[in-house]
Ligand binder design. Sequence first.
Ligand SMILES: *[C@@H]1O[C@H](CO)[C@@H](O)[C@H](O)[C@H]1NC(C)=O
Ligand SMILES: *[C@@H]1O[C@H](CO)[C@@H](O)[C@H](O)[C@H]1NC(C)=O
Length: 183
Amino acid sequence: MLFQSIILAATAAISASALPTVTVAQTTFGLITIHSGSEVQNAGVQAARGSLLVNAKSQNASCDVETNFATFYIQDEELHLYAASATPQTIFVDRSGMGQGKIGYVTGAEPLGKNWETVGWSVDETSGLVFDGTGLQACPGSIDGAWSLWLAGVDTPGFNQNCTGVKAREIETTEPISCVYTQ
Ligand SMILES: *[C@@H]1O[C@H](CO)[C@@H](O)[C@H](O)[C@H]1NC(C)=O
Ligand SMILES: *[C@@H]1O[C@H](CO)[C@@H](O)[C@H](O)[C@H]1NC(C)=O
């Protein structure tokens, strides 16, 4: 009995000490924008030239498998673009008066601008992506016919007109495609 409990204790100690080194696979996901009756209903979210877009003809990313949609994961409330090995690309928001809800991404060690925040992303109980509880909006007239994504809250963010509130719905994927997105 004593021998057995020593083994059990030893086993417990080993698994406890092994825990921190176990790498838990991230949940990876794509996003689609939802606003019924709009031009951005069910549009796959793309990443290009430092912005998140929908409806661009091509996001022109370098991907392991050709895709016109971006793959994301959230770690410690930071939203990243999925890449198997490359330099991480991290989404930021600027909620300052100047930024007006701008959403963009930086690559690797590229410094964050003043007022750029990266921590605060989550997926809510309706599978909608939010930053500190705030959802997104889409504005027409971006690159190549695309709509750019912004945080909701300002009617004409960055002087963009005709913006429309969207839900950015998480679509989980177990086969994420690794990409490097244009800066
Ligand atoms: C993708 O590349 C094409 C061809 O160079 C260009 O016309 C288009 O604007 C690019 N799209 C984006 C979103 O960067
Ligand atoms: C916004 O809507 C107005 C009125 O419909 C239109 O004249 C203008 O071209 C639109 N702007 C953009 C960027 O879509």
